[in-house]
Design a binder for this molecule. Sequence first.
Ligand code: FAD
Ligand code: NAD
Length: 470
Amino acid sequence: MSDAYDLVVIGTGPGGYVCAIKASQLGLKTAVVEKLPNHGGTCVNVGCIPSKALLHATEMFAEAGSSFADLGIEVGTPKVDLKKMLAHKTKTVEQNVKGLDFLFKKNKIDVFRGIGRLAGAGKVIVTADDGKEQTVAAKNVVIATGSDIAGIPGVEVAFDEKVIVSSTGALDLEKVPERLVVVGGGVIGLELGSVWSRLGAKVTVVEYLDSILGGMDGEISKQFQRLLARQGFEFKLGARVTNVAKTKKGAAVTFEPAKGGDAETIEADVVLVATGRKPYTEGLGLEEAGVELDDRGRIKTDGHLRTNVEGVYAIGDVIAGPMLAHKAEDEGVAVAEIIAGQAGHVNYDVIPSVVYTSPEVASVGKTEEELKKAGVEYRVGKFPFSANGRARSMLQTDGLVKILADKTTDRVLGVHIHGFGAGEMIHEAAVLMEFGGSAEDLARTCHAHPTMSEAVKEAALAAFFKPIHS
Ligand code: FAD
Ligand code: NAD
């Protein structure tokens, strides 16, 4: 058995690798355990990074085929070289993986390859691919094993990653399907649906709820759905999928109205099932170690990311909270600080979320529906990009900024942006909210002209008094 590490992190997704780097920076002797050949977890290998590479490439393709001509650029009809586009995605992933190998070396973090399992106080057993076991001694263990596709509860789905695919298969289709049916109108369905829609697939989204992106501000969600419909998406809302089956020609998806009624079946060349993800705890030996799970299979943690077992912590998708890479990263930093004796902390009220469609949807803080439910009195300030000069100059006038501020104190409680570059603009709202700022604070902050961000300032002006430009 090795000399005891101060910290062993199981899993090197964004939660685990960030935690290990931070711990090493704080002087802790640190090792990681990863079962896959590549570090980076879901996010780097089959999630955030490859999906954004394809979203960017296909957005450029769509632009070249539509708005270029309006800008006076003649390029003829753009053609897709799908192999090359997928190669761009693969190369982007490889660059990120290499970057992580470099960061582990730079920070003197030891890497153990294999499946990590808790084996009593202060011990992790690592089982390599060839079955050989190694025991690693650890004063502290952080579990960062992430999540896996959830499938459809109560429905057997035979994923072959060619015709019936999860998000992983949808990142690698060999040809553009004529008809793509997406089960689940959440983030994955709409992002990867956009990728293939832009390349020519007829996309139909079948969603259980009455709206897409459940949990998103209702007004933004409706507007977003209208824009996606304009891009060619078809929506079957309030529809529960009860069967996904392969056929001779492709696949068939059967759904029934969520509130009762006759079932309907639609044909597809490819079906993407994107109905959420579940925590991944397989092979960790949690039961033997006595680590408690909640009713949804997530590892239970307290406000300091501690499990019920002394010296064992958990972060990221495997615990409660939004399944987002930056949430996992922030927890990774916080838990490293806590183990090093510092005051690590994550502010769960200010975690931005971005949907990388065209245009993007970004939000931070409360939705209008949440404020109403909590009985909070609020004021709303809105500003459409159609009234923003920079947006007009870029032909990016779709969407709006919506700011929700406390009626009495003017403190900003939620910001929702639907528009080009929303995923970058949202961060000024996040910083403001982190410091407890008001709509007036935001409105009185000088914003460079002409920028899309001026729409954020105008929405803030609208929330506390009146906008200038609308
Ligand atoms: P993971 O990234 O899942 O990493 C867990 C790691 O643990 C893996 O490497 C796994 O191999 C390893 N592991 C598991 N068990 C063991 C074991 N017993 N021993 C050793 N190793 C083990 N989030 C965003 O914020 N932005 C996005 O744009 C975004 N896009 C996404 C797109 C897709 C298609 C998907 C599927 C997800 C996306 N996400 C996005 C979500 C994001 O990927 C996750 O929230 C994030 O990866 C969670 O990080 P994690 O470190 O908790 O776990
Ligand atoms: P999701 O929870 O966002 O959406 C799943 C959708 O499937 C829900 O709207 C749900 O109502 C619907 N659904 C479930 N069962 C159904 C059924 N039988 N019939 C019809 N609809 C059904 O999950 P996802 O899109 O799979 O994404 C998983 C996770 O990955 C999310 O938590 C998300 O945070 C993360 N992610 C984030 C990003 C990003 O930040 N840009 C991108 C991709 C994924």
